[in-house]
Design a protein around this ligand. Structure first.
Ligand code: AMP
Ligand code: MG
Length: 415
């Protein structure tokens, strides 16, 4: 891919085109470490995990009941009688051999004794002293979990590129693996820009606002498992911003800034990115988040996010997060479902740009619906806090009337 230098382009990109350009430009960072599996939670595997053994390791019973050989008696109708010769509980096997006409009491997970091929569940059995009586209609192999049925020795248990979550931790443990190799943490430097920004803990001066963007980003980046370099709030002075950019780019894989990226008098971010490095694009047909610059300085990828707190979150989730995941080695990137639901609030929407509105999915008369949160201003962070989804209106989409179907992207998954 060729990056632009000098004057940035004038045309704005569609959301899809911007995503494509970002994801095409970047590739996973080098570097990995070997970790104890618990410490690998939330990290990305850099090599296939190969099953060192069968799972389950032995043929075992799927039921509480009796293990026996189904081939005997050959009659498939009427009752069959078996002599109970011992027991096989989980962790305590039966060491003898089961012969024709014999059975072994077995519990779920108990290892199948030699000679037995089937399990009759206890509810199907009548006990008569040392014997059991059951229907002769026994299917060979019934109620038995075969060794290697879940995972055969030598097979790929978890492919490289997978994010390690609770299921993967359990799976690794079920294979007896104590350590795995994961990609190193992505280093992300970030700073806010703006002369109006005050730090929490000090009273607000005239015209000042508290810097919230750094806290939002702290939350999002921490959840993603990045190594953070919070560089504070930088005033709207090109010299100060240049120093911050240089320090950030030297220390991190990715640099995120917020504010100062549009075309106002105090907006230096795009110009500086172009001077110190390269700008790939800086305008997207999206609301909120239209000015968002992507490029690089030295070896660091740069995202100049807008200043408005909601626009920060929209551009972070729609562009930055997947870029960070790809840089961290995640492959394939997750498909994020768009769910069609009826919208109960009317929405005015011009054709030509994609909008990400803050929505609340709720149940009414037993059906899922979505409505807008009370305020939709791109500076109103409360709308993100009240929302549980984005309502995504495509470029071609016009106004939405109550009852029309819209696509939503849910915030929460199972974590
Ligand atoms: P800008 O793009 O720098 O003009 O910022 C757009 C709007 O977002 C302005 O109203 C800023 O005051 C606000 N803003 C910028 N940075 C932050 C921040 N770190 N925290 C909260 N609001 C911000
Ligand atoms: Mg500003």
């Amino acid at each position: 891919m060729s990056l632009e230098t000098g004057a940035p382009q004038r045309t704005s990109l569609s959301v899809e085109e911007a995503r494509r350009r970002i994801l095409e430009a970047i590739s996973p960072i080098p570097g990995w470490e070997r970790l104890a599996i618990r410490a690998a939670l939330g990290r990305v595997l850099v090599e296939d995990v190969i099953a060192p053994c069968n799972v389950p390791a032995h043929d075992n019973s799927a039921m509480d009941g009796y293990a026996l050989c189904a081939e005997y008696p050959p009659i498939r109708t009427g009752d069959a009688v078996f002599e109970v010769i011992g027991s096989a509980f989980a962790g305590h096997g039966f060491t003898g051999i089961v012969k024709q006409g014999q059975a072994v009491r077995i519990m779920t997970g108990g290892v199948m004794p030699a000679g037995a091929d089937s399990v009759v569940m206890q509810e199907r059995v009548r006990v008569d002293g040392g014997r059991i009586i059951t229907s002769a209609d026994i299917r060979p192999g019934q109620n038995v979990r075969r060794a290697g049925e879940d995972l055969a020795e030598g097979a790929v248990a978890i492919p490289r590129g997978k994010l390690i979550g609770p299921a993967e931790l359990g799976l690794l443990a079920s294979l007896g693996l104590a350590e795995v190799c994961v990609a190193r943490r992505l280093r992300v430097a970030f700073f806010s820009t703006g002369d109006e920004l005050a730090s929490i803990g000090s009273p607000l001066g005239p015209g000042e606002i508290y810097d919230s963007n750094r806290y939002t980003l702290h939350g999002a980046l921490t959840r993603l498992g990045c190594e953070l370099l919070d560089m504070g709030a930088i005033p709207d002075r090109p010299e100060a911003l240049e120093v911050a950019f240089r320090n950030a780019a030297a220390a991190a894989d990715v640099v995120l800034t917020t504010g100062g990226v549009s075309v106002g008098e105090a907006d230096f971010i795009r110009e500086l990115m172009g001077q110190l490095g390269e700008v790939n694009f800086w305008k997207i047909d999206i609301k909120p988040g239209r000015p968002m610059a992507f490029g690089r300085i030295g070896n660091a990828w740069m995202f100049g996010l807008p200043g408005n707190p909601v626009a920060v979150m929209v551009t972070y989730y729609q562009f930055v997060m997947d870029a960070l995941l790809k840089l961290s080695g995640l492959a394939p990137l997750p498909q994020r479902p768009l769910v069609p639901v009826p919208c109960t609030t009317p929405i005015r929407k011009p054709v030509g740009r994609r909008e990400y509105l803050r929505g609340q999915m709720y149940v009414e008369d037993g059906a899922w619906k979505v409505r807008l949160t009370t305020s939709q201003g791109s500076g109103v962070l409360r709308s993100m806090s009240e929302a549980n989804c984005f309502i995504v209106l495509d470029e071609e989409r016009g106004d939405v009337a109550p009852g029309d179907t819209v696509d939503v992207q849910l915030f929460d998954g199972l974590v």
